[in-house]
Design a protein around this ligand. Structure first.
Ligand code: FAD
Ligand code: UDP
Length: 382
């Protein structure tokens, strides 16, 4: 008998959720991570009593009651509602695009006036089926908002022209004809009180975790240690970039501790002008309504991913999707391997989607009824 039932590569939300479910079923798990901490991108660093979202702002939101109930077992969530501001050349606008934004831009006060203004800006464009992000954005909110609040931010975030990006990216943002600055439409939203590490610790409670351990340094060893390996790293890296590297966007985080109580009065301020090199400034204390005497801010600088850097965002354009499909095909042929999470599935997943995916895959693979044919089928599902 092998030492473990599962070796799980990656202690992020996917790996930790999977490990938790497997342990509950009496399975022996080893979780490894090449970083010096568990939690993947939801990791928080507590500094001066402030939980710093070390890999960028993380707001939990979902419509899925099962996922919400699941994460609430490990932490109590506060009532934080994400209401970012957009700063364009010194002017502040409310996000997501709503009546407050339209009022500030055009001085319109009714939904009809706002809709008329947008229609006036797009009627000559004749966009029926938006083929890319630019067309999708113009169709949704018109030329003024596209130029002031979308184009600059999007092109620096993705390092590509908005005409070369998939339309779905901008559909993440609600457009509302009400005075409602809530960035999400979901029923449930909040920040875990005390930061995200409580969730990671709860999920991994009682499970063996080895940090600073890179799967690729001892791949054969880890693959012989367990009956199955759950891999949550980048799929192209797993196959040694056989079909070429998939493209990702990376980020550089510049954290700064300031000797003042309140720097920007809001957790998230986006900088939508192409001339500003960062996309947003996060002031972490506001996620938990902090009253500490000092504050910590983080500027987020987008960067093109190169080997050796962290892969933060998949670039799901047609060319990368085609390459991903080739890797996905290989993944189906791998014995005893399960691929899951944002990097292995090459999907722009939010946290709730990662938890949902891990719960479904764990349920299927741990259920004896499905086991025989489950792996290729689950990997095909990614
Ligand atoms: P990860 O968290 O990336 O975990 C993968 C882990 O695998 C990492 O710890 C990595 O070190 C490890 N690993 C990889 N390769 C190896 C290897 N070879 N050997 C050992 N270990 C390895 N979601 C939201 O819902 N709300 C938000 O507000 C939000 N904001 C975000 C902001 C930013 C800047 C980013 C980048 C993401 C954001 N997300 C948000 C998405 C969220 O971070 C992810 O959905 C989720 O954390 C992904 O979990 P995961 O386990 O799939 O991946
Ligand atoms: N976006 C924008 N202006 C903004 C905020 C977002 O144009 O002020 C666009 C941009 O293309 C971004 C996408 O909307 O990549 C999705 O935004 P979201 O806030 O969901 O990005 P994330 O938090 O995942 O980085």
């Amino acid at each position: 008998m092998k030492e473990y039932d599962f070796v799980i590569v990656g202690s992020g939300l996917f790996g930790a959720t999977f490990a938790h479910q497997a342990k509950k079923m009496g399975k022996r798990c080893l979780v490894i991570d090449r970083r010096g901490h568990a939690g993947g991108n939801i990791y928080c660093l507590n500094k001066e009593g402030i939980n710093v979202h070390f890999y960028g702002a993380h707001i939990f939101h979902t419509n899925d009651k099962k996922v919400w109930d699941f994460v609430n077992k490990f932490a109590t969530f506060n009532r934080y509602t994400n209401s970012p501001l957009a700063s364009y050349r010194g002017e502040l606008y409310n996000l997501p695009f709503n009546m407050n934004t339209f009022y500030k831009l055009w001085n319109v006060t009714t939904p009809k006036q706002a809709q008329d203004k947008i229609n006036e800006q797009i009627s000559s464009l004749h966009i029926t089926e938006p083929a890319n992000l630019e067309e999708q954005a113009l169709k949704l909110v018109g030329k003024d908002i596209y130029e002031k609040l979308i184009k600059g931010y999007t092109e620096k975030q993705w390092g590509r022209k908005a005409t070369e990006l998939p339309a779905f990216i901008i559909k993440r943002l609600p457009v509302r004809f009400t005075y409602d600055n809530n960035y999400f439409n979901d029923t449930y939203q909040g920040i875990p009180i005390g930061g995200y590490n409580a969730i990671t610790a709860g999920l991994l409670n009682g499970i063996e975790v080895k940090l600073n351990t890179d799967f690729f340094k001892e791949r054969d060893y880890f693959q012989t240690l367990a009956d199955k390996v759950v891999y949550t790293g980048a799929i192209d890296e797993y196959f040694d970039y056989r079909f070429g590297a998939l493209e990702y966007r990376s980020l550089r985080f510049e954290h700064e501790h300031l000797d003042m109580a309140n720097y920007q009065g809001n957790a998230v301020v986006n900088y939508t002008d192409a001339g500003v090199p960062f996309t947003r400034i996060i002031e972490h204390k506001h996620f938990e309504f902090g009253t500490q005497p000092t504050t910590i801010i983080t500027r987020e600088y987008p960067a093109e991913w190169k080997r050796g850097m962290e892969q933060y965002y998949p670039v799901n354009d047609a060319c990368n999707e085609k390459r991903f499909k080739q890797y996905q095909q290989l993944s189906k042929e791998e014995n005893n391997m399960l691929f899951g999470g944002r990097l292995a599935e090459y999907r722009y997943y939010d946290m709730h989607q990662v938890v949902a995916s891990a719960l479904v895959k764990a349920e299927r693979i741990l259920n004896p009824v499905y086991q025989a044919s489950t792996l290729p089928e689950l990997n095909a599902n990614i």
